[in-house]
Design a protein around this ligand. Structure first.
Ligand code: SF4
Length: 427
């Protein structure tokens, strides 16, 4: 359960130069309809939309190219996310998951995101047969009024039934839950939490609703902060989640993530522990070392030459679903790019590591001190400890209860250690 063995073991420094990614993300941007709060890269579509087959075919081609470049050699986890990947149906899903198994044989955890309404028995069996190990289900709530207010397609009964079926299939099951939403009160939230714990899932993720510009809920409430989404309500609901799930045997290993013994999501941990990852598909993000970026450039001639001091490259796919389906080759993709030097990458790793209950260990702290300056790092840490945002546990620096509640303060203090501006480019 401890994040340290996976997060910051003795090989931590080696991953700063690993030319392969450790984690693979495939984005499938199709949904039955847009939820009222959603600003993710997804589009409402019909189940028989031919674009889905062309798009999945394009992702498969891009995976093959990445494999030929050696970018999949070190992949240990994969995540098919969305959107609603299960909407593409059993056959396309099987081809995608099967390709991951073939091209990244080192994958130990292969997750697929799903929504209850498109997670039929056939899709579940397909996921099991094709080699998925885990399904992450967008339950959000087990209260029908809340689900309707969020614009979700499913109802509570369907969600419970499909979660039970997923657990029975033998896959590891995670439920995504959302708090501080319209129509929710303390009692209905407690009820959702208790029911989810009773469904015997191994993992749950819990997030407060964010009102985003351009979404129906965001526009409706643009001028007034609604009482149901007040920061105090958000904090109270997150604490209720910690209490109910904690009493039911889940350990909170990350600010928004709870797992029973052995059920931590290794893929998500990659994002918080400086492991390079490759994202394919609309709006998918990659984080590559300098060496990994040079590999990608062999196929992507559109990518710029980078300065000698760049040690980490973040890329976000800027091409749309139709563009990707029409021109699948990696060399046709458009990217938004961020270039970090070693010191900026160290500050980023410190910040992300503090999302984990295990915090950051001596290897990362030592590296941060040598790249960012010992006095500066120790000063920032002392300030976090003084404000009760972080605390020492032996040689590890861990977030406190207040540190998680006031995450932006904690993460902001550590990110402010990064010198200069992150350079940006597009290709
Ligand atoms: S199912 Fe998820 S990705 Fe699709 S519209 Fe709803 S929130 Fe967005």
């Amino acid at each position: 359960m401890d994040g340290s063995s996976w997060g910051q073991g003795s090989a931590w420094m080696a991953r700063l130069h690993d030319a392969s990614a450790h984690a693979l993300y495939l984005h499938v941007p199709f949904c039955v309809r847009k939820c009222a709060y959603c600003d993710f890269a997804s589009r409402a579509t019909q189940a028989n939309d031919p674009l889905m087959a062309a798009y999945v075919g394009a992702l498969r081609q891009q995976m093959r190219e990445a494999h030929e470049l050696g970018l999949l050699d070190g992949i240990q986890t994969a995540y098919v996310g969305g959107g609603t990947p299960t909407l593409v149906g059993a056959s396309l899903l099987a081809s995608l998951v099967g390709d991951v198994r073939e091209l990244a044989p080192g994958v130990a955890e292969l997750s697929c995101e799903a929504n209850p309404d498109s997670l039929g028995d056939e899709v579940l069996q397909t996921l099991v047969r094709s080699g998925a190990t885990r399904v992450s289900i967008g339950v959000q709530s087990l209260n029908d009024a809340e689900l309707q207010a969020l614009g979700r397609v499913h109802d509570a009964r369907t969600a419970c039934e499909r979660v039970r079926a997923a657990v029975a299939s033998g896959l590891d099951v995670s439920c995504d839950l959302m708090c501080a939403t319209p129509c929710q009160d303390d009692a209905s939230w407690q009820s959702t939490l208790a029911q989810v714990a009773g469904l015997a899932v191994g993992h749950a993720s819990v997030y407060p609703l964010q009102l985003e510009e351009g979404t129906p809920l965001g526009e409706r409430w643009a001028d007034e902060g609604p009482a149901w989404n007040d920061p105090e309500v958000q904090a109270r609901r997150m604490e209720a989640a910690a209490a109910v799930l904690g009493d039911s045997g889940y350990v909170r290993y990350e600010v928004a993530s709870y797992a029973r013994e052995g059920k931590v999501c290794r893929h998500n941990q990659a994002y918080w522990t400086g492991r390079p990852y490759l994202g394919l598909g609309v709006a998918a993000s990659s984080m590559l070392t300098r060496e990994g970026y040079q590999r990608l450039r062999r196929a992507c001639v559109q990518l710029p030459v980078i300065d000698d001091d760049v040690s980490r490259v973040r890329l976000t796919v800027a091409s749309g679903a139709q563009d990707i389906a029409r021109e699948p080759a990696l060399e046709a993709l458009r990217f938004d790019i961020e270039l970090l030097d070693e010191a900026q990458a160290a500050a980023e790793d410190l910040m992300l590591g503090m999302r984990l209950s295990a915090g950051v260990g001596p290897e990362l702290l030592g590296h941060a001190r040598s790249t960012l300056g010992e006095a500066r790092v120790d000063g920032a840490i002392a300030s976090c400890v003084e404000r009760d945002l972080a605390a020492w546990d032996g040689e590890r620096l861990e977030p406190t209860h207040d540190g998680w509640l006031l995450g932006n303060e904690l993460y902001g203090t550590l990110w402010d250690l990064a010198p200069g501006e992150v350079r940006e480019a597009s290709a």
